[in-house]
Design a protein around this ligand. Structure first.
Ligand SMILES: NC(=O)c1ccc[n+]([C@@H]2O[C@H](COP(=O)([O-])OP(=O)(O)OC[C@H]3O[C@@H](n4cnc5c(N)ncnc54)[C@H](OP(=O)(O)O)[C@@H]3O)[C@@H](O)[C@H]2O)c1
Length: 165
């Protein structure tokens, strides 16, 4: 069975995005995302794929989920639901679900691990949200806290949660 991991940056109230983009720029979070996902398959919704500034993420199998049977962008594997996306994953180790909200919602029941970046900020204009977590289903196994600094406008924590079996 494949190990399924969700990776997401979440602010107050479960906010993850606004107007098709991310809420803020945290360079350490981008490095963390790159270091965890490189060498693995990543699964994303069509909208998240189209929000990537430079197309497919290098060093990873990019699997894009869409209803559209005629969607064939270069350099990606196309799937028509999350289950099929996971089946099409060919790179070793964890399969990373990288968003957005629709794909997180569909993948959450399948996930074994959550890699959360908890951003300590409240974005009043957020319009996209991570589904609520049931606290009796998950246990925190790791937390690394980072203060705000000149490159990071908000403090944030890298948290790993494992599903309670
Ligand atoms: N904070 C974070 O870590 C993070 C990470 C990723 C994304 N985001 C943010 O999340 C937002 C995008 O999220 P979103 O929920 O709007 O879009 P999304 O989940 O990225 O993509 C939605 C699209 O995926 C396809 N889809 C969804 N469910 C499907 C299913 N069951 N079967 C087939 N296709 C399916 C559909 O594509 P078609 O319309 O082509 O059929 C749908 O329009 C952006 O603001 C982005 O920046 C945040």
């Amino acid at each position: 069975m494949k190990e399924i991991s969700i990776i997401v940056a979440v602010a107050a109230h479960g906010a993850i995005g606004r107007q098709g983009g991310l809420l803020c720029h945290l360079p350490a979070d981008l490095r963390h995302f790159k270091s965890l996902t490189t060498g693995h398959s990543v699964v994303m919704g069509r909208r998240t794929f189209e929000s990537l500034p430079n197309g497919p993420l290098p060093g990873r199998q990019n699997i894009v989920v869409t209803h559209n049977r005629h969607y064939h962008p270069q350099g990606v594997t196309v799937a028509h639901d999350v289950q099929q996306a996971i089946e099409l994953a060919t790179m070793p180790g964890e399969v990373f679900i990288i968003g957005g909200a629709q794909i997180y919602q569909a993948a959450l029941p399948l996930a074994h691990t959550l890699h959360l970046t908890e951003i300590h900020a409240d974005f009043a204009d957020a319009d996209t949200f991570f589904p609520p977590l049931k606290c009796d289903e998950w246990t925190e196994v790791e937390r690394e806290s980072h203060p705000a600094d000149e490159r990071h406008a908000y403090p944030f924590d890298f948290i790993t949660l494992k599903r309670l079996s």
